[in-house]
Every structure is written in structure tokens, then in C-alpha cells.
Ligand binder design. Structure first.
Ligand code: DAH
Length: 337
């Protein structure tokens, strides 16, 4: 066995090793009790005396080199990870579970409410969040001096065209009625914007659902029936409703709608301010001027409209006391829905 040949061969041999087992085999082959180094050492006494010293040094050098190579290889196998070191992937190892997300509670409520109205024959229509002044105010019979037109109550956009971020979803009434003629039954979910200071019950952006129905012979009692069916579906069969006279420029007569307090069932508590009632939406019979603006004859057609705040409904339904929770993206809150 030529020791120089062995020295040359170990480099190539160890380079091809890719597993711990392979490396162990290599170690046993060379450094094991009956390995090549042991054999070489054992052959020393058979050599002529004058060669023994030099040969012994070469065997030592080989031994040192092998130790070095093995140590280096061990390190590189460890570095390339346990998988590579063991030479096989562990298919039984549990994977990294992908966390499944879900719809935002506001989206869930919107879907739920739209579903309720769709089952009663309403179509769902959306409109743009950037709206013109006509659709947001004028078409809806909101006079020029109305406080909601003030820059403190509406976000106006720069530019000549009098564009704004819609302050309610009612302008979609105008958009739909300009294009389509009755009979119409439509609900409109979407974002609205108002320059309000943010607190537990105000946000500069929130969601509304507008609804309206237009046909021949539509009466206030139809509005009551539809809204009662809606409130029962959302808050439960035992819920009570009341209509309070109110004023909106785009409806006449107008009413605010309350439900019996879902916490105290009408007895009076801190949530309802001891009134026993919670306001949930605004409504009324569509004003003749609105019909005139969109070219529908108010002598032939009548209709009702209503508008509700989605976050408010969600807060009442789930007992949430701060609107900011919907927009802070805190998963500890969102995961509860
Ligand atoms: N647009 C009103 C608001 O943002 C809500 C509303 C009230 C809508 C009465 C209606 C309605 O359609 O009839 O406060």
C-alpha cells in the first residue's frame, strides 16, 4: 500500500461524502481499529529498520490529515442542516400550519344585512366614494345653506369640479334613479366619510347601508313592514321597534327608527341612556323633489328610503363599546368574530 497514493485519494473520497453515516464509514475505514492507518502502523515492524522512522512519520501525517478532514466535514454537514445531515427528509414531521383568515366583522355584518334584503327582493348596488356635490346634496333636496354642506362636515376635494368624499350612501339613490325607472328595490352598502374627530363613537370613515324602494302605491306601512322584518332578522324575533318623527331633506315624512334596548329589553340601562330604546336608522318617504330631480313623476310613483350605520348596528349586536376597535386591526379583537 503506497502511502502517497492514499494521501491523494482521501481528499477526493471525503469530498463526495454527504451524510453523517457516510462520514462514519470513512472514519472506520481509515481510523478504525482494523482500519488502514492501523494496518499501516502494524506493518512498521516488518520494514527494514532504516525505513521505519520515515514511514512512521508518513503514517502520522496521514493520521493527522484524516482527523482534520473528518472534523471539517463534520462541521460542514452540521452547517447544512439536520435534513442534509441525516440524508433524508422527515416526511412525518408536522408542517407549518397556515393560519386561516376570515372576513372583517364589518364585512360580515354588511353581507348579513344585504342577504336579508336580497331575500326580500332588493338588489345590491354600489356607488363611488368620490362623489359630486349634486348627487351628495342637491339632487337629494339638501339646500345650499344646509350645515352638512359645510367644509366642517364634508371632505371636499381640490379641483374645479366640486368633488367630495361622499358623506352618506344616499347619493346612490340619485345615480340609480337617473338610470333606471321603477319598480326599484335597492340596497347600497359602502364607505362614507366625515371630518369628525375620532372618539369611541366617531370615525372619519365608517360604513352605511342605504335602502330604497320605489313603485306605484308604496306607503309608509310598507317601510314599516320591511324594516321590522329586517330588525327581527338581525336582532331577534322579540325585538320591538318605534318610529319617531324626524326631519331629513330627502324624505317627507321622515322618521328615526329605534329598537328596544337589546341589553335591558326596554327597562332602561346605561347603554340606552335609561331610555329603553336605541336609535338604529333614519328613514322616510322619498321627497317629491328628489323624484323630480331624477325624472320620476311623484304623482305616479311613491317610495321609501332608509339609511343605517353599519358599525353602529355591529356595536349594538355584539356589545362593542368603541368604534375604533373596527379600524385598529388588532387581531385579538378581530379574531372574536
Ligand atoms: N343619509 C342619512 C345620513 O347619513 C341617513 C338617511 C336618513 C338615509 C333617512 C335615508 C333616509 O335614506 O331616508 O344621516
Amino acid at each position: 500500500m503506497d502511502i502517497n497514493e492514499i494521501l491523494a485519494q482521501v481528499d477526493a473520497e471525503i469530498r463526495d461524502i454527504g451524510t453523517r453515516e457516510g462520514l462514519e464509514e470513512f472514519r472506520v475505514k481509515y481510523l478504525g481499529r482494523k482500519g488502514i492507518v492501523a494496518q499501516l502502523t502494524g506493518s512498521i515492524p516488518t520494514l527494514p529498520v532504516e525505513e521505519r522512522g520515515r514511514f512512521g512519520q508518513q503514517v502520522n501525517a496521514l493520521k493527522n490529515k484524516l482527523s482534520c478532514l473528518i472534523r471539517e466535514k463534520e462541521k460542514s454537514l452540521a452547517d447544512s442542516g439536520t435534513k442534509a445531515a441525516s440524508g433524508e427528509e422527515d416526511l412525518g414531521m408536522p408542517g407549518i400550519a397556515q393560519e386561516l383568515g376570515h372576513l372583517h366583522p364589518v364585512t360580515q355584518i354588511i353581507t348579513r344585512i344585504c342577504d336579508i334584503f336580497m331575500r326580500m327582493g332588493f338588489a345590491v348596488v354600489e356607488g363611488p366614494e368620490i362623489e359630486n356635490e349634486y348627487n351628495n346634496f342637491t339632487g337629494l333636496n339638501i339646500p345650499l345653506e344646509h350645515p352638512s354642506r359645510d367644509v366642517f362636515d364634508t371632505f371636499y376635494l381640490k379641483g374645479g369640479e366640486k368633488l367630495l368624499l361622499r358623506s352618506h350612501t344616499s347619493p346612490v339613490q340619485i345615480r340609480v334613479m337617473q338610470k333606471q325607472k321603477p319598480p326599484l328595490a335597492v340596497v347600497v352598502p359602502g364607505r362614507v366619510y366625515r371630518p369628525d374627530a375620532v372618539d369611541a363613537s366617531h370615525s372619519f370613515m365608517f360604513h352605511q347601508i342605504e335602502g330604497f324602494l320605489v313603485d306605484k302605491g308604496i306607503r309608509f306601512s310598507d317601510l314599516k313592514g320591511i324594516l321590522e322584518a329586517f330588525a327581527r332578522a338581525v336582532f331577534g324575533e322579540e325585538i320591538k321597534m318605534r318610529f319617531r318623527p324626524h326631519f331629513f331633506p330627502f324624505t317627507e315624512p321622515s322618521a328615526e327608527v329605534d329598537i328596544s334596548c337589546i341589553i335591558c329589553k326596554g327597562k332602561g340601562c346605561s347603554v340606552c341612556g335609561r331610555k329603553g330604546w336605541l336609535e338604529i336608522l333614519g328613514s322616510g318617504m322619498i321627497h317629491p323633489n328628489v323624484f323630480k330631480h331624477v325624472g320620476i313623476d311623484p304623482e305616479v310613483y311613491t317610495g321609501f328610503a332608509f339609511g343605517m350605520g353599519v358599525e353602529r348596528i355591529a356595536m349594538l349586536k355584539y356589545g362593542i363599546n368603541d368604534i375604533r376597535l373596527f379600524f385598529e386591526n388588532d387581531l385579538r379583537f378581530l379574531k372574536q368574530f
